[in-house]
Design a protein around this ligand. Sequence first.
Ligand code: ADP
Ligand code: ADP
Length: 219
Amino acid sequence: MSIIELREVTKTYNGHVQALRGVDLLVEEGELLAIIGPSGSGKSTMLHMIGTLDRPTSGTVRIAGHDIAALSDRELSALRARHLGFVFQQFHLAPGVSALDNVADGLLYTGTPLRARRDRASEALERVGLGHRLDHRPNQLSGGEQQRVALARAIVGDPPLLLADEPTGNLDSASGSEVLKILRGLHEGGTTIAIITHDDEIAEWCPRRVRVRDGKVLT
Ligand code: ADP
Ligand code: ADP
């Protein structure tokens, strides 16, 4: 079974902006793919469709075998909580909150009790090399550390599928390398990963590259 299945997916914003114009994509469990293409070509929209953050205008989106058209918004939240982790270019951390609680919040919609959320958050922060930064707030951390906190939040529920939109776009190359090293480890552990990137080095390092132009996947 493909973990990601897009069939003839279109997405039109505001009735006229055709961000996706018939996208077909099959991704098997364990794949590591780069989504590349010019600005405005539809990469983020495609990642939003895969992430079930938004619904397609037409076509079919199946994630881990679930046709998202058949699911209510509530069921979609549950699907995301079980199957998906997100990392963005902007770190999207809660400013007044410790690294530990930012990561623990990644389990809010899973029904895990607070104590267990914090235990798992602490483990996830260990995994990204930030076991010594549990009580730091985002403004006390470097950009690279903040992105690793965001990554810990994304993986705290051990999602089988991780989606990253320019995860190193705001980082210097040393911090970016650390983030990539963590992604590589997750890939080796069997996580399916899709990364939007403008960085040729990252794209080349991914075993599969999906090229997007004008709302379509080039084959
Ligand atoms: P990329 O990620 O490749 O830069 P996007 O998916 O962000 O491309 O955008 C594809 C097209 O859809 C662009 O023309 C963009 O302006 C438009 N677009 C993206 N998001 C929205 C939105 N929320 N509302 C209206 N237009 C949007
Ligand atoms: P960009 O790549 O344009 O700099 P981001 O990567 O910060 O933007 O965010 C990409 C999109 O994902 C935005 O439309 C944002 O609203 C949405 N987004 C960001 N964080 C989350 C989140 N935690 N959950 C759901 N959607 C999010």
